[in-house]
Design a protein around this ligand. Structure first.
Ligand SMILES: [Ca+2]
Ligand SMILES: [Ca+2]
Length: 329
């Protein structure tokens, strides 16, 4: 018990530190130790995830009901074009730092049947909304950014507790969006919204690990998203056929990992500019051969399937296209 408290104290201390800086590799290692998730990103061999039961208590004690601010190592505003390969006015390296600061805390169902140990692979996009630039060029309004976390799975496992509603298919992508605002020209940010597919904070209640990482529950097999486990065993909020959702929140849990092979940020850039020299496109190295982040065809999870009809979404269509005006120097 004393050891457990010691681990929790270290866990809380590390994640509190993580909220204020980008160098949180140690904190992530502690969380992975607590969650039993030691898989390395980029594992290419799919295999079934172990069925386990976990205690979310320590994570709950280390969480808040309202987000705290994050101070970056520098302003996110690009100082010149050499820092901004996707041409959105934001320094690409700092986009990664900001996305990392708010990356979601993912909680799985104990009956999860379609999760590779390294999944979900999470690719992301950081895009400004409205005017991007320092005051007074943008007036008194805060700098606003929209971050999309795209969780990628080889397989949708279907409704695991609904006998007549399998609905499984190859390839599955789900998205979590957050919006953040800065009132000091891009150095400090605080979340203003969390878009959890069909649910949005602050309209719906949410929790934030270490004050910054929103809790996202993913249902067994379907990977449908919720802010809590209240839907467990009940008709899915996303089913027209009242298929029942498996969402007990007693599976594994982990912080989304935003770096892939080569310790490179999984930033995809922008629709207008995403050179492969600077951003992720080919998803083969992540264990999805033949797939890419900007593919306009249906996603098959790296498996053979009909790219015109497969239920997996079209990857290129999920990325943000919010209008913005670049007023950086
Ligand atoms: Ca950029
Ligand atoms: Ca960007």
């Amino acid at each position: 018990m004393i050891l457990r408290r010691g681990i929790l104290a270290l866990f809380v201390a590390c994640l509190a530190t993580a909220a204020a800086s980008a160098d949180d590799g140690r904190a992530l290692a502690e969380l992975k130790g607590l969650a039993g998730d030691a898989s390395a990103p980029g594992a290419a061999t799919p295999r079934a995830a172990a069925v386990v039961s976990r205690d979310l208590g320590p994570a709950a004690q280390a969480s808040t009901n309202f987000p705290e601010s994050v101070t970056l190592s520098r302003s996110i505003l690009a100082r010149d074009l050499s820092e901004d390969a996707d041409r959105d006015g934001l320094a690409d390296a700092v986009e990664g730092e900001l996305a990392d600061a708010f990356r979601p805390f993912l909680i799985f169902d104990s009956r999860e049947n379609a999760r590779r140990p390294d999944e979900p692979v999470v690719a992301f996009q950081v895009r400004p909304v409205g005017c991007v630039g320092p005051r007074p060029k943008c007036g008194p309004a805060p700098i606003a950014v929209h971050i999309l976390y795209n969780t990628i799975w080889r397989q949708d496992g279907g409704y695991v507790i609904s006998r007549f509603c399998r609905d499984d298919h190859k390839g599955d992508i789900q998205v979590v969006g957050v919006r953040a605002e800065s009132y000091d020209d891009g150095r400090t940010f605080r979340l203003s919204a969390v878009e959890n597919w069909g649910f949005v904070w602050p309209k719906a209640d949410a929790r934030f690990l270490a004050g910054t990482h929103p809790w996202i529950y993913l249902s067994g097999g379907k990977h449908h998203q919720y802010f809590d486990a209240a839907i467990d065993g009940k008709p899915s909020a996303y089913s027209a056929w009242s298929c029942r959702e498996a969402m007990d929140g007693k599976g594994e849990f982990k912080l989304a990992e935003l770096k892939g092979p080569g310790a490179r940020w999984n930033n995809v850039g922008e629709p207008e500019s995403h050179p492969s020299s600077a951003f992720v496109d080919d998803l083969g190295p992540y264990g999805y051969p033949g797939e890419s982040a900007w593919d306009a065809r249906h996603f098959c999870g790296g498996q053979a399937c009909d790219r015109q009809t497969n239920p997996g979404s079209r990857m290129a269509n999920v990325w943000l296209r919010d209008p913005f005006f670049d007023a950086t120097p």
